[in-house]
Design a protein around this ligand. Structure first.
Ligand code: TYM
Length: 331
């Protein structure tokens, strides 16, 4: 059976970008593949979270994923640092990861631009740790959003390089996966780039957001003064609003607003009201589930304990084989 791995950094609450970029695809695969899902707490250390908050954020993210429908009876759900084998594989893969190549990573460049005072080695080698997360289970598919595409390229490079260096067919070449043709990039509400937790207040709609919060955020979304000619090409901010609408609204609703855009009768206020309403209908059951699961410490600790056991079984096997291939043998 095919193995599928995905993860998230515990740096804040889950938003619609996380859901439509990654979670939705993972959910679809749960019953047909060997699925593993983890919270990437090691990765989050690159931005130095306070020790008092780390555990609570990991727990919150776990609750939110479970609320989305991740099923611990079929998927292994674990915390990255509960799988120490991943840290050893990371060390081994670092020997075939070249610094020049890592310095060219788009997300590394973006991170050092945003926080030039914290250019730590963990940031540079972030793609190596991510490759380890995936290769430790010899995964074939990785459901992620568009922003992770380059990281998967690094993963394939390391898998290939390892196989070539040692003359083996050991690691598969995993692909970033989406059921649609393309990987998804969910836009933010502020008109700039993608939805993200670090992009500033009002950019992201979180799965825990109450209806009035969602309404406020959506009503503030950036638009323009409206089309002046029939069938005019949409500017990016308007295209983004339509992209968001397509995620949560029915085809008929989208078509209605497409038509009114094309005949210049569109009122963005009405469109935003509709988007907010449909987002709320989508988010409401997940939000209620989050509340229920967040207070169920017993459930969360059972899930991650069992998840870690399953993950370690597969991790130990891969690591012990990798060590042998490299020539690390006991006397
Ligand atoms: P992270 O924590 O930034 O995001 C988690 C997942 O959500 C997706 N995502 C989006 N997709 C579409 N549109 C958006 N606006 C959007 N924002 C976030 C991300 O693509 C991701 O799939 N490096 C990873 C975590 C990670 C990982 C891994 C993932 C560590 N090791 C191994 C898969 C496999 C990250 O920072 O995701």
């Amino acid at each position: 059976m095919e193995t599928v791995v995905s993860g998230i950094r515990p740096t804040g609450n889950l938003h619609l970008g996380n859901y439509f970029g990654a979670v939705k695809n993972f959910l679809k695969m749960q019953n047909d593949a060997n699925c593993l899902f983890f919270v990437a707490d090691y990765h989050s250390l690159t931005t130095h979270p306070h020790p008092d908050n780390l555990n609570a954020t990991v727990k919150q993210v776990l609750a939110e994923y479970l609320a989305c429908g991740l099923n611990p009876d079929v998927s292994a759900i674990y915390v990255q640092s509960d799988l120490p084998e991943v840290a050893e594989l990371f060390l081994l893969l670092n020997m075939i990861a070249y610094t020049g190549e890592l310095e060219r990573s788009v997300s590394f460049k973006e991170k050092i631009r945003k926080d030039p005072d914290n250019v730590n080695a963990g940031l540079l080698t972030y793609p190596v740790l991510m490759a380890s997360d995936i290769l430790i289970h010899k995964a074939a598919k990785v459901p992620v959003g568009k922003d992770q595409e380059q990281h998967l390229e690094y993963t394939r490079n390391y898998a290939n390089r390892f196989n070539h260096l040692y003359g083996v067919e050991f690691f598969p070449e995993p692909v970033a996966y989406n059921f649609g043709v393309n990987l998804v990039k969910v836009p933010g509400l502020d008109g700039s780039g993608k939805m993200g937790k670090s992009e500033g207040e009002g950019n992201a709609v979180f799965l825990k957001d109450e209806p009035d919060v969602i309404r406020k955020k959506v009503m503030r979304a950036v638009t323009d003064s409206g089309p002046t000619e029939p069938n005019q090409k949409k500017p990016e901010v308007i295209e983004n609003l339509f992209t968001l609408m397509k995620l949560v609204s029915s085809d008929d609703t989208v078509q209605h607003f497409e038509d009114s855009y094309n005949n210049c009768s569109i009122r963005y206020g009405d469109m935003k009201k509709q988007v907010a309403e449909d987002m709320n209908i989508f988010v409401a059951p997940i939000r209620e589930k989050i509340k229920e699961i967040s207070s169920d410490d017993k459930l969360i600790s059972k899930v991650v304990k069992e998840g870690a056991e399953k993950a370690r079984e597969s991790g130990r096997k891969t690591l012990s084989e990798a060590r042998k291939i490299i020539g690390i043998r006991s006397f």
